[in-house]
Design a protein around this ligand. Structure first.
Ligand code: PNS
Length: 159
């Protein structure tokens, strides 16, 4: 069974990578799908995010990284996948995630959303938290892989 793990991943964190790792053990293949949405004004271009995630997941043979625009369910149909994988951290995620899962199933009744509880050590972690710390030159090496630390440093140095 193929699972799509959609998200912004701006940037990818250890929390996301934990979900990818565990998803890769549960499904035949996992497609990490980066949403291309320039109106969200991402820090990194979609091509850069794909490159970053490929580097972080190259040890996982059944994980692919791709990008998409538009509706996630349309992308899932294109890739012949009927499962969306999402991580749940805290209770406040639940409302948004449930709404998204229900919305997606009204758009395509065959889609199923599977939630994995994020590892407890990363329950506080989000891409926004990483950006918040990095812009003030704080340590992020316990939150994101080394290639992301490097890219974030370069981004804020050149700003
Ligand atoms: O990492 P994020 O920002 O929480 O991911 C959100 C994402 C990309 C999964 C969500 O915004 C999405 O699926 N966007 C594509 C548009 C879409 O399909 N909308 C309908 C579901 S609400």
């Amino acid at each position: 069974m193929i699972a799509i793990y959609p998200g912004s991943f701006d940037p990818i964190t250890f929390g996301h990578l934990d979900i990818i790792d565990r998803g890769a053990q549960l499904f035949d293949s996992v497609i990490v799908a980066v949403l291309s949405n320039p109106s969200k004004r991402p820090l990194f271009s979609v091509e850069k995010r794909v490159e970053q995630i490929r580097y972080c997941t190259e040890h996982l043979p059944n994980v692919q990284v791709d990008y998409f625009s538009g509706l996630t369910v349309e992308y899932a149909k294109l890739r012949e996948a009927k499962v969306l994988l999402r991580g749940l951290r805290v209770l406040s995620d639940f409302e948004k995630e449930l709404q998204m899962a229900h919305t997606n199933s009204t758009l395509w009744s065959e889609i199923e959303t599977v939630f994995l509880a994020t590892a407890k050590e990363y329950s506080f972690l989000s891409s926004s938290v990483v950006k918040e710390i990095a812009q003030f030159d704080g340590a992020i090496d316990h939150l994101v892989p080394a290639n992301i630390v490097q890219d974030m440093c370069e981004y804020y140095q050149n700003k």
